[in-house]
Structures are given as structure tokens and as C-alpha cells.
Design a protein around this ligand. Structure first.
Ligand SMILES: NC(=O)c1ccc[n+]([C@@H]2O[C@H](COP(=O)([O-])OP(=O)(O)OC[C@H]3O[C@@H](n4cnc5c(N)ncnc54)[C@H](OP(=O)(O)O)[C@@H]3O)[C@@H](O)[C@H]2O)c1
Ligand SMILES: [Zn+2]
Length: 344
């Protein structure tokens, strides 16, 4: 099959389309013909390499796949060849205490397609059969592939970690990121008021169209001061953080007394300084969040089917234009998801 194989870390130029043997599904797994694969910021981290993290090179990137089941491994009787599916990107060992409790994202052997094992920058991918979800009705392949990782992540951040409640104020940073577009919609679904921050007026206009109640251009204004103005000096109950170093200090200031700052990432850098005086004197809660429970995707897809959550596709490119796709994310040029499609 044709696939983009990452053989060494580096810039977009290390992404090359090549031919590799077709993967065969082991027992309990399926092989899926990839119709669309959405990018995530994780793809950039994996491509560049991260200190302290070992990516198993050579690796096929791509966490978010929608496609058609081609073959099933032994013991799989609940999904059949021909089924149109979206793959959950993460999976645990299946037998540890965390996995048995449904917290597969706390499993010590937690794996992610396109990061720990081969992913979807290819014509075919193999995945655990339990990771197959039916493709939601009415979505294109690109839209379907735009759902899993960021909606799962934002759901875990807001629903399981920050436990956002109706009537609360939620600040969503980088509103046009994959995590941001999901977080805006999930916070609205839970009845919160959403303040969205992004670096351009065009992104903010689109954030409003997605449901954001208020917007802040954080490239031009001090967003903590703007949040205080918009909330009558109170601050927000929940900050959805994933931009990291450049925003972290202001995120602490934007939170209300007793507020929760939930973080899943550090796009601008991870060496952020925390002024502990704010944490104790204002009784802030700092909550880490990583991916989400696989079962949450079933709940998320129900809301998608009901039209209450929707994917946002920035653009679709053919698989061979993978370098350009990475450059779009790197330039902060996307609103929503950049999607690759192998030849049909
Ligand atoms: N732990 C997890 O489970 C998990 C899951 C998903 C994502 N993440 C992390 O969450 C972050 C967002 O992921 P994503 O896939 O949603 O990202 P994305 O779609 O690539 O969007 C990133 C956005 O961050 C903003 N940004 C701020 N500083 C930036 C910088 N120095 N370089 C590039 N962009 C910058 C930009 O928006 P503006 O131009 O508006 O500032 C950009 O559009 C990443 O750090 C990712 O690794 C973690
Ligand atoms: Zn486990």
C-alpha cells in the first residue's frame, strides 16, 4: 500500500510517500481502508520529536481515521467487512484495573494510533475491533475523520475533569484549534456561557458561528483583563488550556476564585511559570487531562447524530500533499481540521 512513513524526526520534508506491505489484522483487530485521516497537533510533535518521548520509528502518523472495514482478525464477530466506521484513536491493555474501570486513558500501556502504533497516513490501517464506531449518518468521510481525537479530548476536559455545569462561564483558548472547536460546542451543550479567544478576527467570527457568546483577540488584548471585564470582575469558572507557556500565566488570572484550569497541552511550550500565590489565595484547581475514555466517543457520536455537535473541516488535501497539510497547522492557519484523503 501507499503510506507516509516517518523514518526520522525533522521538518515537514521528512514526510515521504512510499510503498509498504499491507498490514494484516491480528486476532481481535480489523483492517480498515482509509477514506480520510484528520491531522492533530500531536502529528507535529511526533514528526519533530519530543525530549523524553520515544516514538517507534519508522512510524505511520495519523490518529483520526474514517474508512471501510476490509478484513477482520480472528474472534471479531461484531463488525464485518464493508462496515463504514470511524476509529477511536486510543486503547488500553484491556485487563488492568484502569481499563476494567473504563478509564482506558489511565492505562499504563495506553496506545494511540499514529503515535504508538501505525496510524492513518496510509491506504490501510489496522486497529482493535473495539475501536470501531459506526460512521455517523450524514457526514462526509472528511467530517467523520475530524471527530474522534479532539472531541474525545475536549469531552474529557470539560465533562469528566472540569465537570462544567449550566450557567458557568468557560474560556476556550485557541478557539479555532481542533480542541477549541470541540470545547466551544461541548461547553454550550452543557449550558455554559463561552468566551472564545483566538489570534485573528476571522477565527473569532467563526467561533461565534459555532456558538461562542463572547470573543477576545488575544493577540491584541490582555485576555485576562478582557475576561474580567466580560464577567463583571468575577473571572471564568473554567479555563480550557492547551496553548501552554504563552498563555498559562494569564489563564490563572482569568479564572474565578475556586475556578478550574483544565489543561491537555502546551502548544507554545511546556515550561510555563505558575505563580503559586494565585493558586492558593484564589483556591484554583489545576486539572490535567489526556485523551478520554473510549466509551465517551459513543456518547459524543449520539450528540453528533442529533446535530448538537459537529465537526469543522478547514480543508481536505490528497495524501501526497501531507507536507503542505503539516505547514498549515504549523502556520496557525487552520480553523478546525486539516484532513488527508488517500486516492479512492
Ligand atoms: N493530551 C491530550 O489528550 C491532547 C489531545 C489533543 C490535543 N492536545 C494538545 O492540545 C493542543 C491543541 O491541539 P490541536 O490539535 O487542537 O491543535 P491545532 O488544531 O493545531 O491548533 C493549535 C492552535 O493553537 C494556537 N497557538 C498558540 N500558540 C501557538 C504556537 N506557538 N504554534 C502554533 N499554534 C499556536 C493557534 O491558534 P491561534 O492562532 O488562534 O492562537 C493554533 O491554531 C496541542 O498542544 C496538542 O498537542 C492534547
Ligand atoms: Zn490497561
Amino acid at each position: 500500500m501507499r503510506a507516509v512513513l516517518l523514518e526520522r524526526h525533522g521538518g515537514p520534508e521528512v514526510l515521504t510517500l512510499t510503498t509498504v506491505p499491507d498490514p494484516v489484522p491480528p486476532p481481535g483487530w480489523v483492517a480498515v481502508r482509509v477514506r480520510a485521516c484528520a491531522l492533530n497537533h500531536l502529528d507535529l510533535w511526533a514528526r519533530r520529536g519530543l525530549p523524553g518521548v520515544r516514538f517507534p520509528l519508522p512510524l505511520i502518523l495519523g490518529n483520526d481515521v474514517a474508512g471501510v472495514v476490509q478484513a477482520t482478525g480472528a474472534g471479531v464477530d461484531w463488525v464485518r467487512p464493508g462496515a463504514e466506521v470511524v476509529l477511536a484513536p486510543g486503547f488500553g491493555c484491556g485487563h488492568c484495573e484502569a481499563c476494567l474501570a473504563g478509564d482506558d486513558n489511565l492505562c499504563r500501556r495506553y496506545a494511540i494510533l499514529g503515535s504508538t502504533v501505525h496510524g492513518g497516513y496510509a491506504e490501510r490501517v489496522v486497529a482493535p475491533a473495539a475501536n470501531c464506531l459506526p460512521r455517523p449518518a450524514g457526514l462526509s468521510w472528511a467530517e467523520a475523520a475530524s471527530l474522534p481525537l479532539v472531541f474525545l479530548t475536549a469531552w474529557n476536559m470539560l465533562v469528566h475533569r472540569a465537570r462544567v455545569r449550566a450557567g458557568e462561564d468557560v474560556l476556550v483558548l485557541a478557539a479555532g484549534s481542533g480542541v477549541g472547536i470541540a470545547a466551544i460546542q461541548i461547553a454550550k451543550l452543557r449550558g455554559a456561557r463561552v468566551i472564545a479567544a483566538a489570534s485573528t478576527a476571522a477565527k473569532l467570527e467563526r467561533a461565534r458561528a459555532l456558538g461562542a457568546d463572547e470573543t477576545i483577540n488575544y493577540a491584541q488584548a490582555d485576555f485576562a483583563a478582557e475576561v474580567r471585564r466580560l464577567t463583571g470582575k468575577k473571572g471564568v469558572e473554567v479555563v480550557v488550556e492547551h496553548t501552554g507557556q504563552e498563555t498559562w500565566g494569564r489563564s490563572l488570572l482569568a479564572a474565578a476564585r475556586g475556578g478550574r484550569i483544565v489543561t491537555c497541552g502546551a502548544t507554545s511550550g511546556y515550561e510555563a511559570a505558575t505563580d503559586l500565590r494565585h493558586v492558593f489565595s484564589r483556591q484554583l484547581q489545576i486539572l490535567g487531562s489526556n485523551m478520554g475514555r473510549k466509551a465517551s466517543l459513543h456518547e459524543i457520536f449520539r450528540w453528533v447524530e442529533r446535530g448538537r455537535l459537529r465537526p469543522v473541516v478547514d480543508r481536505v488535501l490528497p495524501l501526497e500533499r501531507v507536507r503542505e497539510a503539516h505547514e498549515v497547522l504549523e502556520r496557525r492557519a487552520a480553523f478546525g481540521k486539516v484532513v488527508l484523503e488517500p486516492p479512492a
